[in-house]
Design a protein around this ligand. Structure first.
Ligand SMILES: [Zn+2]
Length: 253
């Protein structure tokens, strides 16, 4: 719901109600009571605080699970750095942000999904980085769950809870895709089995940055991994701002 409800002025200031016009004098006490009731109503109907728009950031891997290796840096560290960077961009834009980890700790896929589902997030992003981009241009791979979409069910099986959200996840992936492409990234979209995401009850995608190899001396300078991460974070934040405005009025499932 978006806008405030209209509130009628007390009838004693605008005229008597039709029912009372022929019944004689309107008692002043009625006016006082009515005005008091109306002002209470007005106080109750002040524009509501905008609902918290929660984004879940899941820095993949961590602790015992290093993930891939990016030019000597473990993927788990790159993912955490992206999570921290993106969180600050989102908080500056008024989002509430929940993360699955804040440090180099091992977090099981089920625990990641539990955190996401408890947060009742409107967007869930699992952050990865790829080591298999041998080109010099950065690319971003976006994955959504390969579960077949199903209607909303009150008691979704844990391992396939995402099935009821796949359509929204596809929509979220499309919005991220547009923003990243707009920022000059090469983007690919895919579907795959994702243990944490498959149990999430939110629009959920995995975003995998493939920074590309550093350019050699003769080539045009490629962006550093950190530069690419900054560009991707800005594009993701812009997409989530759009997602938030697009999501208004859409009932959560
Ligand atoms: Zn990964």
């Amino acid at each position: 719901m978006n806008g405030r409800l209209s509130i009628s002025r007390p009838v004693c200031l605008t005229g008597r109600p039709r029912r009372m016009r022929n019944t004689g004098i309107l008692h002043p006490a009625f006016c006082i009571l009515f005005a008091a009731a109306a002002s209470t109503l007005a106080a109750q109907e002040q524009p509501a605080q905008p609902a918290r728009f929660v984004v879940l950031l899941d820095a993949a891997h961590g602790g015992d699970d290093a993930g891939g290796n990016l030019s000597g840096q473990p993927e788990k560290s790159y993912n955490l750095a992206l999570s921290v960077r993106l969180r600050s961009l989102l908080m500056a834009r008024g989002f509430a942000v929940v993360t699955t980890r804040e440090s180099d700790t091992t977090v099981a896929p089920d625990r990641r999904a539990e955190i996401a589902n408890h947060a009742e997030a409107q967007a869930c992003l699992s952050l990865h980085a790829a080591t298999n981009n041998m080109g010099s241009s950065p690319a971003v791979h976006i994955f959504i769950s390969s579960l077949a979409p199903t209607g909303t069910t009150r008691l979704a099986p844990w391992k396939t809870a995402q099935a009821a959200w796949v359509e929204r996840s596809v929509a979220l992936a499309g919005m991220l895709n547009s923003a990243l492409a707009h920022a000059g990234m090469t983007v690919t979209l895919g579907r795959t089995g994702l243990p944490a995401i498959d149990s999430m009850t939110c629009p959920a995608v995995a975003v995998e940055i493939a920074p590309g190899k550093p350019a050699d001396a003769s080539g045009s300078p490629a962006s550093s991994e950190s530069d690419v991460q900054a560009q991707v974070a800005e594009a993701l934040a812009a997409a989530l701002v759009e997602w938030r405005s697009d999501d208004k009025g859409i009932q959560k499932q």
